[in-house]
Design a protein around this ligand. Structure first.
Ligand SMILES: NC(=O)c1ccc[n+]([C@@H]2O[C@H](COP(=O)([O-])OP(=O)(O)OC[C@H]3O[C@@H](n4cnc5c(N)ncnc54)[C@H](OP(=O)(O)O)[C@@H]3O)[C@@H](O)[C@H]2O)c1
Length: 315
């Protein structure tokens, strides 16, 4: 996502981003994630060009159900059967592939019953244009409804040391399915384990914060979504420093980097949990890939699990 959109324009360079994707494949990191709204199609075009000649080495996921206005770049929900059909047809073209391995519903659209959207997405599987379906930012109630129509293969939602909603910390009654942050509720990670689905934590590095490289005095470009994210206000960052302190301490003891500890914690949530850290730099990619080799011992897991709640809402 950050290669084309969301985290500012500085240091973004398509040629380097293509090197990052190729280095990932070389390292055995094969799960590549994009979405039609990342840069209004730009990220799918970039990923498609990066994978040229190596398509078969990647497990390629994209998303539909959001829609961006080309001029204003504003994003809204649209998971009507008409839009998802047009959007996914566009994704196949932009990616330059015959088949998408995993297609997620990016957000449920309150204006379209989930059953209608999910049925429309299942048609792509019947047609051989998509292999598997998933959903993003949903709760167990919505998952049960989708599963009744077509198997849910993966759920992608925010999960990290400072966002634990998918572990059931948000009860069903207070879920927020219409909000920008998605919502739902219940223990989605457990639902996935029980139903043979993968759980895919997005923003496992807390949008960079958990790497310890962002401080209360860091400044964000106007095009960086973190500039308006409550959890990244200067006050919240100052308060959340106490979380990063713990992550740093654990990392030092294990001879690892804080970001690696954050990723390793998501990996420790279950065999079916597959985090997707994002970066546009080869050095960060190599560091993040190293997290797979880090074993969090019982003391580290306890210390990390007992972290206080983060200050500031996540959207
Ligand atoms: N389903 C959804 O609604 C949704 C929402 C958000 C994200 N996602 C997906 O999840 C992916 C990852 O999430 P994310 O990019 O939002 O957040 P993330 O992976 O938690 O963090 C990315 C940020 O951390 C920085 N970073 C990465 N590795 C680092 C390292 N080793 N040391 C220091 N900084 C490091 C990146 O900087 P650089 O960019 O400078 O490398 C970037 O600013 C996205 O690419 C996207 O595919 C999905």
């Amino acid at each position: 996502m950050g290669m084309s959109w969301a985290y500012g324009d500085a240091d973004r360079d398509d040629a380097t981003s293509r090197q990052v994707v190729n280095r990932a494949l070389d390292l055995g990191v094969t799960f590549i994630d994009t979405a039609s709204v990342y840069g209004v199609g730009d990220n799918e075009r970039l990923v498609g060009s990066a994978l040229a000649g190596r398509r078969d080495e990647a497990f390629l996921a994209t998303k539909t159900g959001l829609r961006s206005d080309y001029e204003t770049r504003r994003i809204r929900r649209d998971a009507s059967p008409e839009w998802v059909r047009a959007d996914v047809t566009g994704s196949l073209e932009r990616l330059g592939v015959d088949v998408i391995d995993l297609l997620y519903l990016h957000r449920i659209d309150p204006a379209t019953p989930l059953e209608e959207t999910w049925g429309a997405l299942a048609e792509f599987v019947t047609e051989g244009k998509v292999r598997y379906l998933g959903l993003s930012e949903v709760g167990v109630a919505e998952l049960d409804r989708a599963q009744a129509i077509h198997p849910v293969t993966a759920v992608q939602s925010e999960l990290s040391l400072w966002t634990r909603d998918p572990l059931g910390s948000v009860p069903l009654a207070t879920g927020n399915p219409a909000g920008v942050g998605g919502g739902g509720g219940g223990n989605v990670v457990q639902w996935c384990a029980d139903n043979g689905a993968a759980f895919v934590p997005f923003s496992p590095l807390g949008r960079g914060y958990l790497t310890g490289t962002i401080s209360a005095s860091s400044e964000f470009e106007a095009t960086d979504l973190r500039a308006s994210n409550p959890r990244f206000s200067a006050e919240a960052r100052a308060e959340n420093e106490r979380l990063v302190e713990v992550v740093r301490r654990v990392a030092e003891r294990l001879g690892a980097r804080p970001g690696q500890v954050a990723i390793a914690w998501t990996l420790a949530q279950g065999e079916h949990v597959i985090p997707i850290p994002g970066t546009k730099r080869v050095a960060y990619l190599e560091e993040n890939a190293g997290a797979a080799a880090i074993d969090l011992d019982a003391a580290a897991l306890t210390e990390l699990t007992e972290l206080p709640a983060a200050s500031g809402s996540r959207y």
